[in-house]
Design a protein around this ligand. Structure first.
Ligand code: GRF
Length: 191
């Protein structure tokens, strides 16, 4: 794309991935983080928005249902949406307005261990219980169904017999921090 790309990061929690992305694009020509969007007024990610001087937007259920979030994204000229631990379903109007321009990171190797209810430690517990010998994040496009959009990239880490779900979570998160922002940059370069 000829102009600088405006990214919106959607997050519901602490936002360690959001922070990596903020840091990555801080001095990049290709894109700016235009805003952090959260459905949780107390989310830690909002402190990170303050730290980086980025606009923070907190929305409620009605903002989603009545199209106000989409209006806001348009007003801010957002070109690309990054989900980083955002626990709400993305409404249809946003998906249609941003085809192949909304990405998510899931902390397991999809299509395994995805779908409704599969978030946070639920995922890593299921991976360990299933006796998996590897796990890792999946970066994928977002469509109408949870965790079912086309896969963009996956990164793998070994799991030993002794690993607890917490240890698996830490290994996977490390890979997320390494790979999410560079993968986003590659996608944006191709817009
Ligand atoms: C990550 O594990 C990611 O895979 C999932 O939500 C978590 C967000 O963690 N989608 P953080 O808030 O970025 O630390």
């Amino acid at each position: 794309m000829s102009k600088k790309c405006n990214i919106a990061i959607f997050a519901s929690g602490g936002g360690s991935n959001a922070e990596q992305i903020l840091q990555h694009f801080e001095n990049k020509e290709v894109a700016d983080v235009a805003c952090i969007v959260s459905n949780q007024p107390n989310a830690g990610v909002l402190d990170r928005a303050i730290k980086y001087g980025v606009r923070a937007i907190v929305h409620n259920e009605l903002d989603l249902q009545e199209g106000r979030l989409l209006e806001m994204m348009k007003k801010l000229q957002v070109d690309f949406i990054v989900l980083a631990g955002y626990l709400k379903k993305i409404p249809e109007d946003l998906i249609q307005a941003y085809p192949n321009r909304i990405v998510n990171i899931h902390p397991a190797l999809l299509p395994k261990f995805g779908g409704k209810g599969m978030f946070g430690m639920n995922v890593h517990r299921a991976v360990v219980e299933a006796g998996e010998r590897e796990s890792g994040p999946t970066i994928h496009f977002v469509n109408e169904n949870y965790d079912e959009g086309a896969i963009i990239a996956q990164f793998r880490v070994d799991i030993t017999e002794k690993d607890t779900p917490e240890q698996v979570a830490a290994k996977v998160l490390k890979l997320e921090h390494q790979h999410y922002a560079p993968t986003i940059e590659q996608l944006i370069q191709k817009l």
